[in-house]
Design a protein around this ligand. Structure first.
Ligand code: G6P
Length: 355
C-alpha cells in the first residue's frame, strides 16, 4: 500500500495532486482542439428537455453544480438527494434522470434510478466505474475517467465530475459563451497545477486547526463548492463544519458565527454575485469571525479577509473546480495536524451499498 502512495503521506494527498491528470483524461478526445467543439459521442444526441439529478454525498454537490449548468442553458434541471427521491417522486414527464455516482454502486442512487426507470424515464449514469451497476442499468453512461480513487473522501472524482458535467451541458445544449467555457476547461489542468505548486493552504490550516467549527459560503456556481468544502472538513477532520448559500447566512446560521469560527468565503469574478457575497462577508467580519477568502483577486474581498487562498482568474464555472482544490488542501492539512485517519475516516465507507 505504501508504494501505491508514490511518496505522498496519504492516498488523498496523492489523489488531490492527480487532479490535473484526471481532468486531462476526462477531456481527452471530447474537446476538439481545432474547432473548440465538444464531442461526447451518442450522448450529444440526447438533447434533454428536462433533467433530474439524483446523487449522494460529494456526488450530490457535483449534481447541484451540473443542474445549474443546464439551467444556465435554459434546460429545466433539478437535483435530489437520492435517498429522498422516491419519498415524493417529482413528475417525470420526458425528463432524463441522471445518477451522479463515482462508484456506480451507491444503493440510494441505484434505487432512485430504478424508481425513475419504473416510471418510464430514460436514465444516465455519470460515473467513474466502467461495468458498475449504475453504468449497466442505465440507458446511457458518461464516464468521468478520473482513475481509481482509494481515499474514502472523494477528491479527484469530484473535480472530474464537474468537468464531465460541463462536457454534458456543452455537448447537449446551446450555451452562450461556450467557447470561453471550453477554453477555461482546457486551462484547468495547468491552473490546478499552479495552485498545487504554490498553495498556502497548509499555513491557513495551521492558523485555524484549533477552531471549534468552520463555515463555508458561496453563491451560484460556488455554492456547491461551499457545501463540498464543509463536507470534506467534516469527513476527514471530525470537526463541525457547515456550508451555506452566502445569502442564507443571515437567515439563521449567522447566530453561530463568533470569533472562534473561521468563515471560508468563495468569491470569484467581480460581478453582481461577488458583490453580494462580499456583503455577506462584511456581516461575518462585523461579528469578529476570521475570514478566509478563496478568490481570483478580481474583487476587493481581500480587504475584508484575514487570509487569502488564491486561484487563477478564469471562467466562474471553472473557478469552482479551482476553489475546491484550495479547500481540499485546507481540510487535508487540518486533518493531518490532528493526526486523523485521513484515507479511512471513522464510520465512513468508500461506497455505501445499503439504503
Ligand atoms: C459515500 C462516500 C462519499 C461519497 C458517497 C457517494 O458516502 O463516503 O465520499 O460521496 O458515498 O458515492 P458515489 O460513489 O455514489 O459517488
Amino acid at each position: 500500500e505504501e508504494t501505491g502512495k508514490s511518496g505522498y503521506d496519504h492516498f488523498m494527498l496523492k489523489e488531490i495532486h492527480e487532479q490535473p491528470r484526471a481532468i486531462r483524461q476526462c477531456l481527452r478526445g471530447r474537446v476538439d482542439e481545432l474547432s473548440g467543439e465538444v464531442d461526447i459521442g451518442d450522448l450529444g444526441d440526447l438533447s434533454p428537455t428536462g433533467v433530474q439529478f439524483v446523487a449522494c454525498g460529494t456526488s450530490y454537490h457535483a449534481a447541484l453544480y451540473g443542474a445549474q449548468l443546464l439551467r444556465d442553458a435554459g434546460i429545466p434541471a433539478q437535483t435530489f438527494l437520492a435517498s429522498e427521491y422516491a419519498t415524493a417522486p417529482p413528475p417525470i414527464g420526458d425528463a432524463l434522470v441522471v445518477g451522479v455516482t463515482q462508484s456506480g454502486e451507491t444503493a440510494d442512487t441505484l434505487s432512485a434510478l430504478r424508481e425513475a426507470r419504473k416510471r418510464g424515464a430514460r436514465t444516465m449514469a455519470v460515473t467513474n466505474t466502467v461495468g458498475s451497476t449504475a453504468a449497466r442499468e442505465c440507458d446511457h453512461a458518461l464516464y468521468i475517467r478520473a482513475g481509481p480513487e482509494i481515499g474514502v473522501a472523494a477528491s479527484k472524482t469530484f473535480a472530474s465530475q464537474l468537468a464531465a458535467l460541463n462536457l454534458f451541458s456543452l455537448g447537449t445544449t446551446r450555451i452562450d459563451g461556450a467557447r470561453e467555457i471550453i477554453g477555461a476547461l482546457r486551462d484547468l489542468p495547468s491552473n490546478i497545477q499552479a495552485i498545487l505548486d504554490d498553495s498556502n493552504a497548509e499555513s491557513v490550516a495551521d492558523t485555524y486547526v484549533d477552531s471549534d467549527a468552520y463555515f463555508f459560503i458561496g453563491r451560484g456556481h460556488q455554492y456547491p463548492v461551499a457545501l463540498e468544502g464543509a463536507l470534506k472538513m467534516k469527513e476527514i477532520t471530525y470537526k463541525h463544519a457547515e456550508g451555506f448559500a452566502a445569502g442564507e447566512l443571515k437567515h439563521g446560521p449567522l447566530a453561530l458565527v463568533t470569533e472562534d469560527t473561521p468563515v471560508f468565503a468563495v468569491v470569484t469574478g467581480d460581478g453582481e454575485m461577488a458583490r453580494k457575497t462580499i456583503g455577506n462577508v462584511k456581516e461575518v467580519e462585523a461579528r469578529d469571525a476570521p475570514v478566509v477568502a478563496v478568490t481570483d483577486g478580481q474583487s476587493d474581498v481581500e480587504r475584508y479577509a484575514d487570509e487569502v487562498l488564491e486561484v487563477p482568474e478564469t471562467h466562474p464555472q471553472a473557478a469552482a473546480v479551482l476553489a475546491n482544490v484550495q479547500l481540499q488542501l485546507v481540510s487535508y492539512y487540518v486533518a493531518d495536524k490532528l493526526g486523523r485517519s485521513i484515507d479511512k475516516p471513522r464510520n465512513l465507507a468508500k461506497s455505501v451499498t445499503v439504503e
